[in-house]
Design a protein around this ligand. Structure first.
Ligand code: UDP
Length: 392
C-alpha cells in the first residue's frame, strides 16, 4: 500500500491508517511524504514514530501549484523506480508485481491530486480516503474542490467518511460497490492524541489547561479564501471586540506560519491581554486545548470534525462548508466572516449556557474512532477477499 501524505492535516488523518496497516498481517504501508508542508508534517510523523520510506521534499514556501504538480509527478516516478525497479516493467494489466497494490491518497490537497495522477500513470489503482466531500463550487480560484473531484475521477475505490459523502459520489456516477463508508479518521487521530497528551511547555497555556473554571475560546483562522478576501481581518476584529468586553474569558489562537495570515490577524488581537497568540501547537497539545474549550471558532476543515467528537460547539467562519452533517446535527454553525455577525454569534454562545449545551450534546456524525480499522479491513477485503467489514 502506497500511502501518500503532504500536509499536517493529512498526516494527522493518515497516521491512524498507517498504524492500522502496520498492525495488519496482510498489508504493509509504503509511506510517501510529498513534503508540501514539510516541517509541520514531520512533527506529526515524529510523534507517531513514522519515518517516510520516500520523501519527495517538493515543498518550499510560495511554490506555484504547477511546479508542485510537476515535481510530484516526476519525483514519485523516479523515487519508486529507485526503490522498486523501473516503471517501464509495468504492464497494461496492472502495476508490476513489486509495485504497491493500491495508492492511498487523502482529501483535497494539490499534493494528493498529483499523487493520484502519478499513480494512475503507473497503473496503480487509487483508493481515496476522505472521499465524497463537496462544496460543489469549482468556480473559485481555490483548488480544494477541484482536487477532490479530480481524485474522485481517478480513484478506483472511495473511502467515504459519511453516508452523505457516499451519496455525493453516487450522484456523480460512482458505482455503489466502489464506495465504503468508514467514519472520519480525524476522530481516530483525536483519540490517539488524547492518549499521548503532554504539557505544552508554554506556562500561560498550561495554566489555562489546568484551570477549568475560566471560559476558553479556541480559534484557528487561515483558510486561503478568507486570506484572499481579507476576511481574516474581519474575524480578528470580531474576536477583539468580544475579548475586550470580557477580560475573564481567554482566547487562544495558534497562528498559521504564513506571514500574510499573521499580518491580517495580529493588529487587532496582539494588544489584548486575554488573547494568547501562539506558534502552531503540537497536535496533542492542540487536541487537549480543544477538549477544554467552551467554544471553537474556526475556518479549518479538520477542526470541524474534531471538536464535535469532543462535544465542543463550533462556529464556522466561512460562507459554505463541505461538512454539512455537523450543521444538520446542530454541532456546527455557519456564521460567515462579517465582523458584526461573528461577534454576535460568539457573544450569544458564551452567554447562553443552554444553547451551548444543546450544540455540545448533538451527535457527532463524523466517526467513532474506528475509521482506520474499517479502511484497512475494506482494502484487505478488496485485495484478498477477506470478509467485508460493517460500514460506519
Ligand atoms: N492543529 C494542530 N495544531 C494547531 C492547530 C491545528 O495540530 O496549532 C491540527 C488540528 O487539530 C487539525 C489540523 O491541524 O487536525 C487542522 O489543520 P488545518 O486547519 O491546517 O487544515 P484543514 O483541516 O483546514 O485542512
Amino acid at each position: 500500500m502506497l500511502v501518500a501524505v503532504g500536509t499536517r492535516p493529512e498526516a494527522i488523518k493518515m497516521v491512524p491508517v498507517i498504524r492500522a496497516l502496520r498492525a495488519s498481517t496482510r498489508l504493509r504501508p509504503l509511506v510517501v511524504s510529498t513534503g508540501q508542508h514539510r516541517e509541520l508534517l514531520a512533527e506529526v510523523f515524529d510523534l507517531a514514530g513514522i519515518r517516510p520510506d520516500v520523501d519527495l521534499a517538493v515543498g518550499e514556501p510560495g511554490l506555484p501549484l504547477n511546479h508542485l504538480f510537476a515535481r510530484v509527478l516526476s519525483g514519485l516516478q523516479d523515487a519508486l523506480a529507485e526503490l522498486l525497479g523501473p516503471a517501464d516493467s509495468v504492464t497494461v494489466d496492472g502495476p508490476a508485481a513489486r509495485y504497491p497494490a493500491w495508492a492511498l491518497v487523502h482529501g483535497d490537497t494539490s499534493s494528493a491530486a498529483a499523487v493520484a495522477l502519478a499513480a494512475f500513470h503507473l497503473r496503480m489503482p487509487v483508493a481515496h480516503v476522505e472521499a465524497g466531500l463537496r462544496t460543489h463550487r469549482t468556480a473559485t480560484p481555490f483548488p480544494e474542490e477541484l482536487n477532490r473531484q479530480l481524485v474522485a475521477r481517478i480513484a478506483a475505490f472511495h473511502l467515504a467518511p459519511t453516508s452523505l459523502n457516499e451519496e455525493n459520489l453516487i450522484l456523480e456516477g460512482v458505482r455503489h460497490e466502489q464506495v465504503f463508508v468508514t467514519g472520519n479518521t480525524a476522530v481516530d487521530a483525536l483519540l490517539w492524541a488524547a492518549a499521548t497528551a503532554r504539557p505544552s511547555g508554554l506556562p500561560e497555556l498550561d495554566a489555562l489547561l489546568a484551570d477549568p473554571g475560566r471560559p476558553l475560546v479556541v480559534v484557528t483562522a487561515h483558510r486561503r479564501e478568507n486570506l484572499a478576501t481579507r476576511a481574516l481581518g474581519h474575524v480578528a476584529a470580531a474576536l477583539a471586540q468580544v475579548a475586550a468586553e470580557r477580560p475573564g474569558t481567554a482566547f487562544v489562537l495558534p497562528l498559521h506560519p504564513n506571514p500574510a495570515v499573521r499580518a491580517q490577524l495580529r493588529p487587532a488581537l496582539d494588544p489584548l491581554p486575554n488573547v494568547l497568540l501562539t506558534e502552531p501547537l503540537p497536535y496533542p497539545v492542540f487536541a487537549a486545548l480543544l477538549g477544554r474549550a467552551a467554544l471553537v471558532v474556526t475556518d479549518s476543515g479538520g477542526v470541524q470534525e474534531e471538536a464535535p467528537a469532543l462535544g465542543v460547539p463550533v462556529l464556522v467562519t466561512r460562507e459554505s462548508t463541505e461538512r454539512t452533517e455537523g450543521v444538520d446535527a446542530g454541532t456546527l454553525r455557519l456564521v460567515g466572516t462579517e465582523t458584526g455577525a461573528v461577534a454576535a454569534a460568539v457573544r450569544h454562545l458564551l452567554d447562553d449556557d443552554r444553547a451551548r449545551a444543546a450544540m455540545a450534546a448533538a451527535d457527532n456524525p463524523y466517526g467513532d474512532g474506528r475509521a482506520a480499522e474499517r479502511i484497512v479491513a475494506a482494502l484487505e477485503h478488496l485485495t484478498f477477499r477477506t470478509p467485508k467489514p460493517a460500514r460506519f
